[in-house]
Design a protein around this ligand. Structure first.
Ligand code: UT7
Length: 326
């Protein structure tokens, strides 16, 4: 049975930066509060005419280059976003056209910030059953276009980014070793960004009526996140008969330094085993993990043969963890 391994990675970060000094100038906040409560110093913001598919296309091309593949080698494109350019066509189809991946099927999916791990798990099935050889997974979001810059509780958190990876069939090595994805629909109202449904009255109370922007019950999400990330990582290690000693690097979803810190304590691992870039980019939704993976690969922090854990949580509520040999 073929195994699925990551054959290439790519990322794109828009140029413009909102630092904490800028956030201080637009809402009642300060660098000290943001740093202490979140760990974020800067977030990158897409240009007014730059959308999810623009960023996704660049990250996708970079991932193909990194894998040494041509667009026509790709069998499937799976793109995760909570900020699509359109409801239809899917962003995946737009990117398929942009890069000329003429042989690829394409669809969007949404597990919010858990999407990269969810995508790996889905792609792994297609590869293990022999259906496809090369699958492009892209996570891209322009959260800053769905952010209410009058709401200090959320606007300091988000940035824009795109991350991509190619998953390829291999007969050697371990590839994806174990994984878990899950959902808790009872917590669905803890992170919302409504587009169509008319919940105006409820929204009026919650966010002042701007139904298109992100709203969050921050404390409830934090509690969920720590347990979801630490416990799912523990379970996939147990499934594989391994421990954190066998793992070179843990790449968590980067929403808030305090969440990561508490999760690390619950996992019982040292900070140097965890890859963080939160300070530079803020919370970039599903892109956090593939962007961090790309940085870890490009900086030499991980090398072929290393075992790594990717673990995320997000809206839905959802979570996902994957243990793999890079
Ligand atoms: O990608 C997945 C989704 N999201 C997350 O993972 C987010 C999870 N949650 C969080 O990161 C945190 O809950 C936040 C960073 C959003 C908020 O931190 P917190 O420690 O939960 O703060 P809080 O909401 O309990 O607010 C504490 C105080 C409040 O003032 P009072 O009522 O104590 O006077 C807020 O009004 O901090 C105030 N506050 C701020 N003060 C300065 C809220 N936002 C700000 C701000 N600057 N930006």
């Amino acid at each position: 049975m073929p195994k699925a391994r990551i054959s290439g990675v790519g990322m794109y970060i828009p140029e413009k930066v909102y630092d904490n000094a800028y956030m201080e100038s637009i809402v009642d906040t300060n660098d000290e509060w943001i740093t202490r409560r979140t760990g974020i110093k800067e977030r990158h913001v897409s240009a007014p005419d730059e959308y999810t598919t623009d960023m996704a296309t660049i990250a996708a091309k970079r991932a193909l280059d990194s894998a040494g593949l041509k667009p026509e080698d790709i069998d499937l494109i799976m793109l995760a976003t909570v900020t699509p350019d359109y409801f239809t066509p899917s962003c995946a189809c737009v990117v398929q056209g942009n890069i000329g991946a003429v042989n690829a099927a394409a669809f969007d999916y949404n597990a919010a910030c858990s999407s990269f791990v969810t995508g790996l798990v889905m792609a792994n099935q297609f590869i293990e059953n022999g259906c496809y050889k090369h699958i492009l997974i892209i996570c891209a979001d322009v959260l800053t276009k769905a952010t209410d810059y009058k709401d200090r509780a959320t606007c300091i958190l988000f940035g824009d980014a795109a991350g991509a990876a190619v998953l390829s069939a291999t007969e050697s090595g371990e590839g994806i070793i174990s994984y878990e994805i899950g959902a808790d629909g009872e917590g669905c109202k803890n992170i919302t960004s409504l587009a169509i449904r008319d919940d105006a009255e409820e929204l009026e109370k919650r966010i002042g009526g701007r139904k298109e922007t992100i709203w969050m019950a921050g404390q409830a999400v934090m509690k969920f996140a720590v347990k979801a990330m630490a416990d799912s990582s523990g379970r996939i290690l147990e499934k594989a008969g391994l421990t954190y000693d066998d793992v070179e690097l843990v790449i968590p979803h980067q929403a808030n330094y305090r969440i990561v810190d508490s999760a690390i304590k619950r996992m019982g691992i040292e900070k140097d085993k965890v890859f963080l870039h939160l300070e530079k980019y803020g919370n970039t939704s599903a892109s956090c993990i593939p962007v961090a993976l790309c940085e870890a690969v490009e900086s030499g922090r991980i090398k072929r043969g290393d075992k790594i854990i990717l673990v995320g949580f997000g809206g839905g509520l959802t979570w996902g963890a994957a243990l793999l040999e890079y």
